[in-house]
Structures are given as structure tokens and as C-alpha cells.
Design a protein around this ligand. Structure first.
Ligand SMILES: [Zn+2]
Ligand SMILES: [Zn+2]
Ligand SMILES: [Zn+2]
Ligand SMILES: [Zn+2]
Length: 233
């Protein structure tokens, strides 16, 4: 914790445009900055915050250390960065050097770099004036975006739970198949043991006096001599 740190109200005065929640967040994230640096950070936020809610959304680099603020209107990496349309005009269509197989790759893969006239990130598509009229991102829109990404995360979680369940069921089925296989073997063995002595095809119906087994069909042609031991029974 920075011992000489100014309190939150001092920063509210430096950056009056910032909503209270964002101000607090930035203040907590920057707590290890030196006083001069944290003042610079808040001056920068104040200079660009309102513009960033409009046409310059995600055009300025976020100065907050390890920022993960959902509604942060500044960009944090090339994947949420937008080029300033006043500096370079690009169409709300993907650049196919960067957008491949439904995924956005690094924008440096495009030979035109920042001068490319096509979109280099999903943000450049989504927040292009041609797509949303005049760019005007209200706090309400940002909340919807947050909600959507939460729903998306919940769905992703649900899918991974289903996958886990299917995996468990597959293991269970495999175990049961092994048991079934063993039971079948036992049945086979029992069948062999209970076969008729003569034809060795039918399961026995009678036990002869000598203890050997005999089926109904063979009994009809039975002449009194056991086929197993040749004894008269
Ligand atoms: Zn940020
Ligand atoms: Zn390009
Ligand atoms: Zn028989
Ligand atoms: Zn016998």
C-alpha cells in the first residue's frame, strides 16, 4: 500500500467525469503506483473517458494496471482494440489476413498493419458506425454486453458439466459391459455342463440313474444303455 497516497475524494476531483464505481476500481488497482504516476493515470482517464464512451470507444489504451473491469471503455490488448476512424478509415468487414476460420488472429499478420482498410478485431466490426449508426455506447449497452458474456460463461460451464457427465457415463457403461461379458461366459460354461450326454446340443431334461444327463429327444430313442458310461440304467 502506498503510504503517501491521496484519498479517493482527491481523485474524484482530479477526474470528475468518472462514475463513482469506476473511480473506486481504478483507485484500488493503482494503489501500488507512485503518487505522481497515479495522478497521471487519473488525468489520462479524465482526458479520455467521455470520448471513450462514444466514437473513441476502445481507441485509447487503458492505463489501469491489470484492468479487468467489465465495462472499461479503454482497450487492453489488440483483441479489444479499435483503431481511430478519424485517423484511418476501415470498413466493418473482416480483414482475411487476420480473420481465419471464424477466429481473430494477431493484427500484425496483416501486411497493411494499422493502415489496413478492413476490420482487425471483432470490436472494430461490432462498434463500427455503419453497424450501430453513430457510435453511442451507453452504460445500459455495456450492462447488456456484460449480461451476455455472463450468459455465455454459464452456457460454457453447463457444456463442460455435460461433457464430464458423459465421460462418467461412458466409464460406467464400460464397467457394466465387462460384467455382462463375464456373466455371459459363466452362462456358456453352465450350458456346457448341463448339455445332454448324447447329442451335446440340447440342455438336459432328465438325469439318468448313473448321473449322466439326457434330453427329451434322445430319451425317445433311448435303449436303456447310457451313452456316457455304457451302463444299463
Ligand atoms: Zn481498463
Ligand atoms: Zn488487414
Ligand atoms: Zn440329446
Ligand atoms: Zn452314465
Amino acid at each position: 500500500m502506498n503510504q503517501n497516497m491521496l484519498d479517493l475524494n482527491a481523485f474524484a476531483e482530479i477526474a470528475p467525469s468518472l462514475p463513482r464505481q469506476y473511480l473506486k476500481y481504478a483507485y484500488n488497482q493503482c494503489m501500488f503506483y507512485k503518487n505522481d504516476d497515479i495522478i497521471d493515470c487519473f488525468l489520462y482517464l479524465e482526458r479520455h473517458y467521455l470520448d471513450s464512451l462514444g466514437e473513441l470507444y476502445k481507441v485509447f489504451n487503458c492505463p489501469i494496471l491489470f484492468c479487468e473491469y467489465y465495462n472499461c471503455p479503454f482497450y487492453h490488448s489488440i483483441s479489444d482494440q479499435r483503431r481511430n476512424l478519424y485517423e484511418i478509415s476501415y470498413m466493418p468487414k473482416p480483414c482475411y489476413s487476420v480473420y481465419k476460420y471464424g477466429l481473430w488472429d494477431y493484427s500484425y499478420k496483416c501486411p497493411w498493419g494499422n493502415n489496413c482498410h478492413f476490420a482487425h478485431s471483432s470490436y472494430e466490426m461490432k462498434f463500427h458506425p455503419e453497424n450501430i449508426g453513430l457510435i453511442k455506447i451507453s452504460e445500459e449497452d455495456l450492462k447488456i454486453e456484460e449480461r451476455n458474456s455472463m450468459t455465455f460463461n454459464q452456457i460454457a460451464l453447463q457444456i463442460s458439466e455435460y461433457k464430464e457427465e458423459i465421460r462418467r457415463m461412458a466409464i460406467d457403461i464400460e464397467d457394466k459391459q465387462k460384467i455382462l461379458y463375464k456373466v455371459n461366459l459363466e452362462i456358456q460354461e453352465l450350458k456346457v455342463l448341463s448339455m445332454c450326454m448324447l447329442c451335446k446340443k440340447e440342455v438336459y431334461d432328465f438325469v439318468l440313474k448313473c448321473g449322466h444327463l439326457c434330453c427329451k429327444k434322445c430319451k425317445e430313442t433311448f435303449n436303456g444303455e447310457c451313452f456316457g458310461c455304457n451302463q444299463q440304467v
